[in-house]
Design a protein around this ligand. Sequence first.
Ligand SMILES: [Cu+2]
Length: 659
Amino acid sequence: MAKNSTLTAHASSSAPPNQKGRASGCPFSAGLQQLRANSSEGLHIVPVEPAQQSLPPPDPPTWEGEIQYQFSAPYWIKDEEKRKRTGVWWQKKMLEYSADALDLFDYGSVKAQAKTIYDHLRSRSMPLTKDSSYYFPDVALEAFRLWANAGFPRKVGDPVEPKEIIPDPSRNPARIYRMRKDLLDLTPEEIQQFRAALDDVLKVGELDSKWQELGHLHADWCLHYQEATFFWHRAYLLYVEELIGMPIPYWNGFAEEASKTEPQFDKFVGIPPIFLEETYIHPNGEVRKNPLKYALARDGKSKDPEGGKYVSRFEVLTKPELRGTKEWNDKIKLFEKYQQQVAKALSMKTFSLPMNFDQNLPFGMPWANLPAFSDDQKDILYPDIVKQTFDGIFEQPHDNYHGWIGIDMADNSYTALDPLFLVMHCNLDRILASYLQTHPEITLTSNFPLRPFVDNSKSLEYDENREYLFTTIGDMARNTKALGYMYGPSKLTDRVPLLLTLGPSNTGSHCQQKETCPNTARWGVKSEAQASPSDTPAYNPRVIFPNLKCTTESYRICVFAENSASFDSTPTNPGFIGELVRLGMGPAGSYKNPARCTRNPDGIIRELVVPQGAVELLQDCEARLKVLVTEIGSGKDVSEEEQELIGGFKAYPVGLPRK
Ligand SMILES: [Cu+2]
């Protein structure tokens, strides 16, 4: 995420000329040289050998300084009137509802329940709101935690009694998700891996295979034209991923570019090329038939009477000489219609007709039965009663996508044998995920079983008679991350923007929450080992910010090795050194605390421990730091010039071992 608003700090570049020789351009000594240079300007630091060097901790927040105002006048609520009203409302409601008549305006009351207050605020169970801008931002939570752990100082100058009341939440283990990528984003290795899995694990070219079983599983068990439809297909995709041990990519048929016939969109339209190529090179070096094209059809016989043993698709989409003809152009333009249908589905407030919508019908009876599809399914096939629901409308473009590809894809009994089924349904699941995440209020028939999937769709039981063991609609309606996967951003432009991260984001573009940043996840990786500071006990490599002074706004500062391959603030990025929150005093008002600002005329020092991966990068004598700053309140990037104006964003590496 390299942006223009970067600050490059290299200690030796600003060290006095007569010290440059001693620094030799290496970060270890150069950092100390710079500290010495700074100390002559009024910053009183006595440099010692790295292992013993200890820096004074910053002052903790105080109750009178800021903590009380986080409850009575929460600064992240911009409107002043609203801010005060909110504080009074919170206090009143907690007095009424909490077990011990918690008074949020009372020092003793908040202190006594600090841990549970923090936990409720952090888990967003409080405050009760649909508007995420009311939630305590990370920076306010961190101030509260530091205050508690410093012994709840009432005012500046009170003795600090460090004790861990609230543990550091960043110690929570990182979670890694399967990331379903836009197939246009796959690397050649990922494409090869996907093809090899279809070959070796599912054996798409063999009759006695898991592939054939999957095709029959879909034909015989899939649910359609009912609330369970897209949850059943979600379960199916999860089960396939469990088999192949990697995420299924999505084919974005909801992208505007995929519906355009102008030459500049040529590589985004039609069946994706990786499904049309003849061969590929298997990881063992063999040249093999491309399994994304040559997949055995149902029982080894295509639905197409003139077809052979492999799945068939419409010629207009597979014959290169038909590209650009009127027939081709008309075909491509159909996507715009499908996309408008999907957009309409997304605009519906109601998700579905409930499974028992008609008491005169057996429970679980679908509202339609369409075993085969054209590429322009008639409206009349879909009853009026479903036309006010998300999934009722969504079924029609779903059927159209099937019918568009043809010939095996257009028949429900043959369709799952075409590998396009996986990537097409993956995209529909992405759209479903967006709908579910933006509609937390919908009600579903949670306990409805999605046979034959069991164990959160990790396995199958065809002949199970204990209904309660089956995976349910409720299981599959959870946030995708609870199910172990997430969607990477699309290369193209979705017809309407999809929202695929849930919950408040008080962080700026550079420093996304670990849990929501798509780059946290790796292709096919399920666990990770994180570098720990204890890996380098002999030295104490750190990055220090020596001149932090009082600011109005709060900032999130992400620090990277400049020679890092990426600037994603994720624990899996070895070049990411860490992030620092610089607490502002808030906008001018009664709770501004100038006393705290003036105590240290030279500012304070903050430091970050450099993880092992970054130590190696910084050992390069040319290595510099890259500092990306985001203003937390507005989420805006802070440009280099603004950083200079505000001051305190210059970082220096210290304590690095020489290479
Ligand atoms: Cu389908």
